[in-house]
Design a binder for this molecule. Structure first.
Ligand code: ATP
Ligand code: MG
Ligand code: MG
Ligand code: MG
Length: 506
């Protein structure tokens, strides 16, 4: 089946069992100021679950454009390095707004994936259920376990999962409930249920079914909700890969036309599907990141999100441009715009807004490229001079925030080891209030390597160990020099790149 046929079959299947089709919302969230991008099919129904809006139908289905590059769901660092996480992906979903509940949801999901035309083999599938949490006095969801057994799933393939993966909460308070997930084993028919939650690449999570049945109260207790909801999400690229007999999402017709464009324009060897150490010159990884990021950028800009407004978009686009320039020096923008046109061909029928806004997409990519090149050619020198000399730093105290100046002074004192120490990154974050992307940018401008995942872990430790001090640090992140924003507004247009470096997205 082609990807388009898979998407169509999913939607038709649920429509034929009474679900209303509700089109994907834009990736710019319209009802949730806490999100930079829509990251799940349920986002547009959040107010229904909160009881603030009536349900749009008794039950619904759709394929939702999703982006996960920040916040609770940040897959950016793994994209290109594994076979199944993307910055942009489509989530196929079905919802019951108090119409049906666990039994029907599991039965429909199982029937869809194991019957023709999908026909996934049951001896490659696992299902999980919420195994309870003694510490929080949460009971296991034995009802769901029983449902799967009654459907006929082999007991060796019905696995209890913990709080982290199989209990969904909307926030600190509000609707919540247990989940059940369907996983696929790419290599073995033999049950190995003990491995399912060990993040093995050959075992992928395919579909998550959430049963919203409780409300978390302010005092932490759970009370049953008068209405029960079902909220499901299946990874479209993942199911397409399975149905096309591939173990990597990148080997499907969603990515091959994009790779073809990269190959055609850059005249590099064809995509070879290698990962990790096997991908010696990182060419295949660059292929994957370029194609993935071009999809994200195309979809986001088509939904009228612009780099100057969104740090996440700017970061992804800059990274794509950098990789494209490494393959086609000074012509990287032509690579991205060509791949972006291939994205429009691939997704434009399912999401007409992507075709309709394709000119805007190309314009914004080219504009950002010019700005980025300008920063590299002029401001980087200026910036490096700033980083290199303390006296100049002090003379810039009118323009730079005290936090940034403090951090730059510390950076100047680094020994030339090629490494940006995580301890210093933590000082920049905690004491000087710089945010993570800016610290990463500073380290790369100095040509130093920062272990970002270690840094993130240390931030998490900091948050866990000292919530109070985190509050202070977090307020510092936004605590810029009071007159800074006014001055930036007054900078002449030739200083646009300068403005970029010191301002952040609204
Ligand atoms: P994973 O554990 O693989 O990161 P998840 O548990 O974070 O997935 P959910 O929030 O449950 O994902 O989202 C529902 C479905 O969306 C997942 O079962 C998966 O198939 C798909 N999905 C999630 N994140 C991505 C991603 N970054 N790229 C592609 N598909 C994804
Ligand atoms: Mg995830
Ligand atoms: Mg998961
Ligand atoms: Mg999940």
């Amino acid at each position: 089946m082609t990807a388009d046929e898979v998407r169509k079959h999913f939607v038709e299947y649920f429509k034929s069992s009474g679900h209303s089709y509700i089109r994907s919302s834009p990736v710019r969230p319209f009802s949730d100021p806490t999100l930079e991008f829509v990251n799940a099919g349920m986002n547009q129904f959040k107010n229904v679950f909160l009881g603030l809006r009536p349900a749009p139908a008794l039950s619904a289905t759709n394929s939702q454009k999703c982006i996960r590059v920040g916040g609770k769901h940040n897959d950016l660092e793994v994209v290109g390095h594994d076979t199944y996480h993307h910055t942009f992906f489509e989530m196929l979903g079905n919802w019951s707004f108090s119409n049906y509940f666990k039994k029907e949801a599991c039965e429909m999901a199982w029937q869809l994936i194991t019957s023709p035309p999908f026909s996934l083999p049951a001896n490659r599938l696992y299902v999980t259920y919420f195994g309870g949490d003694a510490e929080l006095s949460l009971q296991p969801d034995l009802e769901t376990k029983e449902i799967w057994l009654n459907i006929g799933v082999n007991p060796d393939r019905v696995v209890p999962f913990g709080l982290k993966d199989n209990f969904w909460e909307m926030g600190l308070t509000g609707p919540c409930g247990p989940c059940t997930e369907i996983h696929y084993d790419h290599i073995s028919d033999t049950p190995r249920s003990h491995c399912v939650n060990q993040d093995l690449v050959d075992l992928t999570e395919l579909w998550n079914l959430v049963f919203i049945q409780y409300k978390r109260e302010e005092n932490g207790t759970l009370t049953p909700l008068p209405q029960h909801f079902v909220d499901t999400g299946m990874g479209f690229e993942r199911v397409v890969a399975l149905l096309q007999g591939k173990s990597s999402n990148y080997d499907t017709d969603l990515f091959s036309p994009l790779f073809h464009e990269i190959h055609r324009i850059c005249k590099v060897p064809e995509y070879g599907g290698k990962f990790g150490l096997e991908d010696v010159d990182k060419l295949d990884t660059r292929y994957r990141i370029l194609a993935d990021h071009s999809r994200m950028v195309t979809v986001a800009i088509a939904d009228s999100i612009y780099p100057y407004q969104s740090h996440g978009l700017r970061r992804v686009l800059r990274k794509a441009l950098r990789i494209a320039d490494s393959l086609q020096p000074d012509k990287g923008v032509d690579v991205i715009t060509a791949v972006s046109r291939a994205v429009v061909n691939s997704l434009g029928t399912a999401y007409p807004e992507i075709s309709n806004n394709s000119k805007q997409v190309e314009y914004v990519i080219r504009d950002e490229y010019k700005l980025w090149k300008h920063i590299l050619s002029s401001t980087t020198k200026e910036w490096q001079a700033v980083v290199a000399s303390d006296p100049k730093l002090d003379s810039l105290s009118d323009v730079l925030s005290p936090g940034l100046i403090g951090a730059l002074k510390e950076i100047n004192q680094l020994e030339p080891t090629g490494i940006f120490p995580v301890d210093l990154a933590l000082v920049c974050f905690d004491r000087y209030g710089l945010d993570v992307p800016l610290i990463v940018e500073l380290s790369s401008l100095k040509g130093l390597t920062l272990d970002v995942s270690d840094f993130q872990n240390r931030i998490a430790e900091l948050k866990a160990s000292n919530k109070k001090s985190l509050g202070v640090a977090a307020s510092r992140v936004t605590d810029w020099h009071p007159s800074l924003s006014d001055q930036l507004e007054n900078l002449s247009s030739t200083d646009d790149s300068f403005r970029y470096l010191y301002t952040r997205s609204p």
